[in-house]
Write a protein that binds this ligand. Sequence first.
Ligand SMILES: [Zn+2]
Length: 507
Amino acid sequence: MTSQLILTLVQILYFYNSIVETKYFGSNEYYWTARNKLQAVEQNMHLGYQLQLNDKEIIVNTLLMDAKHAEFNVGLIKPVDFLPSMNFLKAKPLIENSTVFQIIKKMPKGAILHVHEKAMVSTDFLYNLTYIDDLFICITETDEISFKFAAEKPNKSKGCDNWELLSDLRRNENNIEELNAKIKSSFTLIVEDPDAVYFDINQVWKRFNSIFNTVHGLLTYRPVLEEYLYQVFEECVNDHILHLEFRGSLPEVYEKDGSVFNEEQLIEIYLNIIKSFQSTHPHFSVKFIFAPSRNINQKVFNEKIALFKKLKALNPDFMVGFDLVGQEDSGNALIDFADRILKENIDFYFHAGETNWKGMTDENLFDALLLGAKRIGHGYAITKHPAVMKLLQENKIAIEISPISNQVLNLVKDLRNHPAAELFSIDYPVVITSDDPSFWGAIGLSYDFYEAFMAFTSYNDDIRVLKQLAINSILYSGMSHEEKSLAMEVFNDQWDSFINETINSYS
Ligand SMILES: [Zn+2]
């Protein structure tokens, strides 16, 4: 338990005793004093309140808070216009016009700790990849799209009866606009009326999984993968992120002639691109969490663990941990693999509690804790488990909160009702992250930071929350102690520049 929390609990106890002893209850004389004290005690428990702002930060904070209050006040008059209450698939262009968002966009945000290998880039970049030569496309009767780069027309494969060269199709198709719109829409969940189309969680996950299939053939082609990773890093840096930890399943990567790379060679490809990027961006770092599907049997699970250990031994700094991914409600539970996990000395970063159920899927949270997770992905159900919640906090195991993902994938409609609002009120170990930003047209962390700041914080919670979130992302990362110290130095420089530049641009 942090000393701050102990102090806060002592304050609460003292405050409670003092109002009982002096019979404050019902007394008009003491009502206002007690109310102000109670409000102050609570506010001091909030995320970020340990930080002290300097004079310059106070100026930027005033700009930010004026903008925040204006948006809250609009929402109070017309609740439907409050952006975190609106599905992000509709709210995105409106968020881009928000002054709060504009400030957050320029703010250094530390590290991005939970994002998936095939969903990390801007959708415009993905679409432009479809103009590369020798790209074949297959469109099924239900309009599911697959891609493959090849020197010759690929054979029929599972689910694909007819591959066509996309450049030929674009030349000959009568309705080229319709084809291009179909391709564009296959990269995201964006639809006109998301609440009607994705009426339940299974519906949206079905479409979500089909996007992974669509981008697979594009992003596992070696030359595209290299370009893609470089672009991802560039977009991170542009969004003022200094460290990336991404989860991936190490898929088979191919060349146009059909030759393939194994997992060891794929890690080599990753490391070469990182090295090349770092030659111009020396302060940007990347780590990897191996995350195969949770829908595997015990035998395959054992093989994946063995593969992880082998790759970890070869690349100890890069391979930070192991996870299992996929829709939690319909996949294997962590308990199914507990016996094997208990035999291993591996850093786990489990997805757990990404569910609305209680006493069912959410019990993965028990296992994530007891099997020694270093961080927990989503942890959406955490507030339903007070004992787990307390133990995670005491052991400084952070929850990776992905607000937009949770909303778009149908766990919560109005983000003010997200359980993270409670976690923010008690300075719980949390980080904000983006999960699969590409699939909802977002980039980096700014959109999720905006939603968190507007939906999870109190009216008067200020820039300290955002700064604390960035600091948390470095503290709870998989970086070594030395790497964290260096990252904090870089972050502090970036933060000072942000403060100075914001003051200059507004004055
Ligand atoms: Zn995830």
